[in-house]
Design a protein around this ligand. Structure first.
Ligand code: CU
Length: 162
């Protein structure tokens, strides 16, 4: 039973890969990424894929300040293959934008919150080991039972039916 529960939790926590903007868009100038991320919950181990035409766009990972200012001047990393897979390795917030002039200002930016996977609940409380001590047999109960056992046959014998 415990193994089944663990397996179920592992299944629920399996890493996922999300294509940014999909299914209604991709990495483009039309998609509302604020809306898109609201439909997802990102956990460490998940990946996001930016799919786009490298002639039209790129992907730059930036700091929060860079995200706010639409500036890739102090970028963390840059991608431009058109099919860029980014691993969300740890809890935290990641910021990406398109580095082409004007694209970020037009909304081509995304902020991804990576949150811890729901932890399995605390282990069920171990069954209490404070079992009631074995009930002591009262000496008087034992004694009276033995006395009765001794007396009963004699009583029977002592009263022949003739
Ligand atoms: Cu662009």
């Amino acid at each position: 039973m415990a193994a089944l529960v663990v397996a179920a939790v592992m299944e629920a926590a399996a890493a996922a890969t999300y294509t940014v903007g999909a299914p209604d868009g991709l990495w483009d100038m039309q998609t509302d990424y604020t809306q898109w991320v609201k439909t997802k919950t990102f956990h460490p181990g998940d990946k996001i894929t930016f799919t786009y035409s490298p002639e039209l766009h790129d992907v730059v990972e930036v700091t929060e300040a860079g995200y706010g200012a639409c500036s890739s001047a102090n970028n963390i990393s840059a991608f431009r293959t058109g099919n860029d897979v980014v691993a969300l390795a740890a809890v935290g917030t990641r910021y990406f934008l398109c580095g082409l002039t004007g694209h970020c200002d037009s909304g081509m930016k995304i902020r991804v919150h990576v949150v811890a996977a729901a932890a399995p609940g605390p282990d069920a409380a171990a069954p209490t080991s404070a079992a009631a001590p074995p009930s002591a047999r009262c000496w008087w109960a034992v004694a009276s039972a033995e006395i009765a056992a001794l007396l009963l046959p004699r009583a029977t014998v002592a009263r022949p039916l003739w």
